[in-house]
Design a protein around this ligand. Structure first.
Ligand SMILES: CC(C)(COP(=O)(O)OP(=O)(O)OC[C@H]1O[C@@H](n2cnc3c(N)ncnc32)[C@H](O)[C@@H]1OP(=O)(O)O)[C@@H](O)C(=O)NCCC(=O)NCCS
Length: 315
């Protein structure tokens, strides 16, 4: 296998892209990612028209594509061909990175179709490329049937009120995310700009990534109306909900608010009829992992985000 086998997806036969995107979607759902409705049909259109840039290996053996926002690209590689999947993934992702326009300064990309050990080997192989980094993440889940009641946190005494996310201005939620994730290992997973992050939050609450579960999502606000903690959940399947954002303002940490919000949310999910809750956490996020461990979340799969940053030209 080599890069000469790759064919641009622009103008490619729709049925081959349909098959590849369908397989990618199935893998993403299988490992607990949220896939927006119409993702496959929209993707075929976008790849064929050039709105998404991509390459594939005919007939439907492997696919790589990226979308871009400002100076960042978000890529994905799926390998359907069972032979030498690791090598295919390396070839596809390397070509994708090689062909990024010069104004793109950073690429974040995921891969599907590989066994866990193959994905690890793929990540190690990609590290030989200067500017590379691997972000390792766990998918964790917990059953909600026996979710215990929230701990006894006296919110009124602390001057806090739990409210629905829809009643809080998106800009204030975005500022909470910015304060909460600043300097953390997960800060780099947020969007580049406050406006972009606010747009993602608005999409999340608007249901773009799956039905937003307002009944199981809460924001804690102070008497002045400043949000200082939040948990936001969406439906992943009829049985499973996913926590998409959980954050406590640094000035309010280690007072049990994270635990309170999660337990509250897990009880609400149980009442809504879900069987389990899931989330993704980066391996290096020790505080969050300790919290999730205490709540009974257990890892059930892992994945790698491959990150590449363009190095400043030597002058
Ligand atoms: C993770 C986070 C939400 C925890 O919020 P919190 O209100 O401080 O958590 P709590 O006070 O309820 O802590 C509950 C338990 O979590 C664990 N925990 C929380 N912070 C911890 C830390 N810094 N180090 C180790 N354990 C920690 C402990 O087991 C703690 O119980 P204890 O205080 O009895 O030891 C908060 O640190 C945060 O917002 N981090 C940045 C955003 C983030 O990473 N979100 C998760 C993305 S997946």
């Amino acid at each position: 296998m080599d890069a000469t086998a790759l064919v641009p997806t622009r103008g490619a036969p729709a049925e081959q892209l349909l098959e590849l995107l369908g397989l990618t979607r199935r893998e993403l759902l299988h490992r607990g990612e949220l896939v927006p409705p119409h993702w496959v049909d929209d993707g075929v259109e976008d790849l064929r028209s050039g709105r998404l840039v991509g390459w594939y290996v005919p007939p439907a053996r492997a696919l790589a594509f990226y979308s871009r926002r400002a100076h960042r690209a978000y890529g994905h590689v799926h390998v359907a061909d069972p032979t030498d999947r690791r090598a295919w993934a390396v070839t596809l992702l390397s070509s994708l990175a090689d062909q990024l326009p010069p104004e793109i300064l950073r690429l974040d990309a995921g891969v599907t179709g590989l066994e866990e050990a193959e994905e690890e080997a793929f990540g190690r192989a990609m590290m030989s490329r200067p500017g590379s980094e691997l972000v390792r993440r766990f998918a964790m889940s917990v059953g909600v049937a026996d979710a215990p009641a929230p701990p006894n946190v006296d919110l009124p005494a602390a001057g806090l009120t739990p409210v629905s996310p829809a009643s809080v201005a998106i800009e204030l939620l975005q500022q909470l995310d910015a304060r909460g994730f600043r300097g953390s290992v997960d800060a780099s997973l947020l969007a580049d700009t406050p406006a972009e992050n606010a747009r993602l939050l608005a999409e999340l609450i608007g249901g773009t990534y799956g039905r937003f579960l307002a009944e199981a999502s809460r924001v804690l606000v102070t008497g002045e109306g400043t949000p200082i903690a939040a948990i936001l959940c969406a439906e992943q399947s009829s049985q499973t909900a996913i926590v998409l954002d959980a954050v406590v303002d640094p000035a309010w940490r280690r007072r049990g608010l994270g635990l309170y919000l999660f337990r509250w949310s897990l009880r609400a999910l149980r009442a809504l009829g879900y069987g389990s809750a899931q989330l993704w956490v980066t391996e290096a996020n020790a505080p969050a992992r300790a919290l999730y461990d205490q709540l009974g979340f257990r890892p059930w799969t892992r994945s790698i985000i491959y990150r590449w940053r363009r190095e400043a030209p030597v002058t």
